[in-house]
Design a protein around this ligand. Structure first.
Ligand SMILES: C[S@@+](CC[C@H](N)C(=O)[O-])C[C@H]1O[C@@H](n2cnc3c(N)ncnc32)[C@H](O)[C@@H]1O
Length: 302
């Protein structure tokens, strides 16, 4: 199969449709009080890797997803439903070192777990904002907020490329496995810089590429990790942060995806979405060690 490049609007629509499906699944499960969960509360359907509306029927297995599982200390994460619905690839709230009174923005807040965890840490006095372009995700997050009784969290509908907050509105920007999905990463980083106060912190978990790979393999990484758009090369991430005005930009790999993890995820990938002539075994071999989850840090000059 030849993978045609998508336009920005097509990417956004595909992302929205894919995460609307994941959120509807969780909302249905909540309504039924039962769902297809494994012991960790995760299924591969709707996971960051692949799922509903993206990689086809092959995605709809019950395998544990190595990208999204075991990211949070369960004893310090009292929001069970939000934890089960999380689709991140790290725990940016652990990176951000939040203090009472700070204001936080989560780009692509999904089911709201990182917003709720942040809200707890910045109380009293701080507000945690979650921004997401998928109305169904906002509905799910608001449900989780109400269940948790958290008062200092607000969820907003909108795109991370055009943040609906004024300049210098927050102390910390977090995000979890979202920026790799954006069709315009420069705009996202410019907006993060704009809404941060001087001295503010960018503390993000995301998927990165650790080495250059051919274009046709980038499309496969995108299918594997975010399904639609694709991860930045680690060095490009730092360069783009610096171009946006940030200082002290750095990347710390938290989880590498080597052969074992790729093989574990391979049954989530529809082989008909691979480039012509490429088998899953070829893709695993070519991508062994090429992408990772990482903490990405930077600071807005004081
Ligand atoms: C992989 S999920 C991660 C959700 C959440 N951060 C978490 O850790 O569970 C990606 C989320 O980002 C949202 N999203 C993707 N692209 C976006 C964009 N350009 N603007 C706003 N939200 C976006 C999706 O709707 C989805 O809820």
């Amino acid at each position: 199969m030849v993978i045609e490049p998508m336009g920005d609007e097509q990417i956004t629509e595909a992302v929205r449709a894919r995460y609307a499906g994941a959120a509807r699944l969780r909302l249905r499960e909540a309504a039924d009080h039962a769902g297809p969960q494994d012991a960790s509360g995760k299924t591969s359907e709707g996971a960051c890797g692949c799922g509903d509306g993206c990689c086809g029927e092959a995605a709809k297995t019950q395998a544990i997803d190595p990208i999204t599982t075991n990211l949070y200390d369960a004893s310090d994460t009292p929001f069970d439903a939000a934890l089960a619905a999380s689709l991140g690839c790290g725990n940016p709230t652990a990176l951000a070192q939040l203090s009472p009174g700070e204001d936080v923005l989560d780009l692509g807040s999904g089911g709201g777990l990182d917003v709720l965890l942040s809200a707890r840490r910045i109380a009293p006095g701080g507000t945690a904002y979650g921004l997401d372009l998928t109305p169904e995700m906002l509905q799910l997050a608001e449900r989780h907020r109400a269940e948790a009784g958290i008062e200092n969290a607000r969820f907003m509908l909108g795109a991370i490329e055009r943040v609906p907050l004024p300049d210098a509105a927050v102390d910390v920007v977090i995000s979890n496995c979202v920026i790799n999905l954006s069709a315009d990463k420069d705009a996202v980083l410019r907006e993060a810089f704009r809404v941060l106060r001087p001295g503010g912190r960018f503390a993000v978990s995301d998927i990165v590429l650790l080495r250059d790979i051919p274009g046709e393999l980038r499309a496969v990484v995108a299918l594997w990790t975010g399904c639609i758009s694709g991860a930045l090369r680690d060095t490009d991430y730092v360069a783009k942060l610096t171009a946006a005005g940030f200082e002290d930009a750095g990347i710390e790999v938290t989880r590498r995806y080597d052969r074992a993890e790729l093989e574990a995820m391979a049954d989530q990938l529809d082989p008909t979405h691979l480039p012509a002539g490429m088998t899953l075994a070829d893709a695993v071999q070519a991508l062994d060690g090429a992408f990772a989850s990482a903490f990405i840090r930077a600071t807005k000059p004081a």
